[in-house]
Design a protein. Structure first.
Length: 178
């Protein structure tokens, strides 16, 4: 395999550093959170045949059995799409975190904070347990992603702080360190 030398006019590519242990653990937890957030979708699809048993509301009105039957394909499609968005978001952000995207760390923190607002007692038991487990996983991920070792991983090499050099004036010697 041919690898160009840095002296051949091409800049050397920066080394990719492996993720530290807190980031790897956070990525595993994000994958587990995606799996947990898919549980309500699986439960909803298992009950899709008995959709008339649900009391669905549109605005302030309750839908009748005839309306539910007529809208059944649309209702199932919306449930499937909404149920796939959350696990896909978990996995997408996990991949971005694995690549060292600081924006993904910030986005996951915001999304995890917003998820806390949706913890309520108005859902069925399966959805409530899955929401609490996903929130706990998200809180653990946020804690892991903001640890000092993880923060060093997300800081780009261009932004590493280097102490300034002491200015040299012509004819004067720089001060000696003590």
């Amino acid at each position: 395999m041919h690898q160009p030398r840095p002296s051949a006019g091409q800049p050397a590519r920066p080394e990719w550093s492996p993720a530290p242990a807190p980031v790897r653990t956070a990525i595993r937890l994000m994958c587990a959170g995606a799996a947990v957030s898919a549980v309500p979708l699986i439960a909803a699809l298992a009950c899709a045949g008995d959709i008339k048993a649900y009391h669905l509301h549109w605005g302030s009105r309750s839908l009748t059995a005839a309306q539910i039957s007529r809208w059944r394909p649309l209702i199932i499609t919306v449930v499937i799409l909404a149920g796939l968005v959350v696990p896909a978001l978990w996995l997408w952000l996990a991949r971005a975190v694995a690549w060292g995207g600081n924006w993904a760390r910030i986005a996951f923190t915001v999304v995890s904070g917003l998820a806390a607002l949706f913890l309520s007692g108005r859902q069925d038991v399966v959805q409530e347990v899955a929401a609490v487990l996903a929130w706990l996983a998200g809180a653990a991920v946020v804690w892991l992603l903001w640890r000092p070792a993880a923060s060093a991983f997300f800081t780009p090499a261009a932004f590493v702080r280097v102490p300034p050099a002491t200015p040299r004036m012509p004819g004067r010697q720089p001060p000696r360190p003590v």
